[in-house]
Write a new protein. Structure first.
Length: 362
């Protein structure tokens, strides 16, 4: 059977991940297996590749966890590991809770000593009380999202040059760790912005007004158009961000044709994961991965008609010949070892990277 006679459904799944070093192996799987085998192997291979490409911020996200247990006296012990962004949100919420719980006003004449047990609560104790208030507020009001400009109630200090060009400079959470410039651009897609002009000594010369990067009316129009995350295959309709296709720090306009709704996960994938978005038309976007693979997303609505003549013409251009024997598989009911197949694909990819001269590798 020639390469052009491989089932078209198999070829479509294969060409999305096939490279010069993996094509022959994937073709062998397609010839001796089924479309389901190819699809499952591609899924495993994608997950393995994405795991290897995790950045520091992505590793934080992947390593997030929260554990709790009860101590001998009945107290709840909580241990959490949060990404920097989520941690800053939690700290802000705790600070707001502490401010909402007024400290007892105990004068020197009426206060007791620590021995009588009436000493004012310490700040850590008040933070613990604030955590209980957060739990009560959530159980009372449920999961409510903040509006665009209020979504990230954390303060990030970033130099204009760093935000625009990723040059060396300040880029950090207020009273917290530094952040990658691309992460700050993600936070800045849909937030409130205050421009502060400083002199060479760092003294403020002027402070601008707080502005919303996405006006409320535009946000409502965007939600009506997109009806959730526009990343191909994503079904999330809540907790979505408005993403600037061309960031406003790079001169992009805040208008519907330059905005697209993304859930938190895919918004992070676009910025930190290096996925590029292209505007196809006013309601369609193309998502291009770093390896060149692309996926189109159109606004919800009537499906576009499919022209089977175009498909046949594309087959001819690609040298694909569909015959009555194309779908006949050589599979003999053997069990597919996806772990082994994934290891083979990764080994071929690593070997190809190792063979690239140092001066041309990236």
């Amino acid at each position: 059977m020639s390469r052009g006679e491989v089932s078209y459904s198999k070829v479509r799944a294969m060409t999305r991940v096939a490279t010069a070093e993996t094509e022959d192996y994937l073709l062998s799987i397609a010839l001796h297996g089924t479309a389901h085998h190819v699809e499952r192997l591609v899924q495993h291979f994608r997950r393995a590749q994405e795991a290897e490409e995790l950045s520091r911020e992505a590793r934080q996200h992947a390593g997030r966890s929260l554990h709790y247990h009860f101590d001998d006296d009945g107290s709840l012990i909580v241990k959490a590991r949060l990404p920097a962004e989520a941690g800053a949100l939690l700290i802000k919420a705790l600070e707001a809770g502490v401010d909402a719980i007024s400290a007892p006003d105990v004068s020197a004449e009426t206060s007791c000593t620590d021995e009588c047990g009436d000493a004012p609560p310490s700040y850590p104790a008040r933070r613990a009380d604030a955590l209980a208030v957060l739990a009560e507020s959530f159980l009372k009001h449920g999961a409510q999202t903040l509006s665009g400009g209020e979504r990230h109630q954390i303060v990030v200090h970033v130099d204009a040059e760093t935000l625009r060009d990723s040059t060396a400079g300040r880029c950090e959470i207020e009273h917290g760790p530094s952040l990658p410039a691309e992460t700050v651009r993600r936070l800045g897609c849909d937030c409130s912005v205050v421009i502060l002009v400083e002199n060479a000594e760092g003294e403020p010369l002027s402070v601008g007004r707080k502005t919303r990067s996405i006006p409320p009316a535009l946000g409502r129009a965007l939600r009506s158009r997109d009806q959730g995350c526009r990343f191909p295959g994503c079904t999330h309709t809540r907790y979505v961000d408005a993403h600037h296709v061309r960031h406003w720090a790079h001169g992009g306009e805040t208008k519907p044709s330059n905005l697209v709704s993304l859930c938190h996960f895919h918004h992070r994938l676009v910025h930190e994961g290096g996925i590029h978005i292209e505007v196809v038309d006013k309601n369609s976007f193309r998502f291009v991965r770093p390896d060149g693979r692309s996926f189109d997303s159109t606004a919800p609505g009537p499906a576009r008609p499919f022209d089977w003549g175009d498909l046949a013409e594309q087959h001819r251009d690609d040298g694909i010949r569909i015959t009555q024997s194309t779908a006949v598989t050589r599979w003999r009911w053997e069990r597919m070892d996806y772990s082994l197949a994934t290891e083979v694909l990764l080994a071929k990819t690593h070997r190809a990277r190792a063979d690239v001269p140092a001066e041309t590798s990236h």
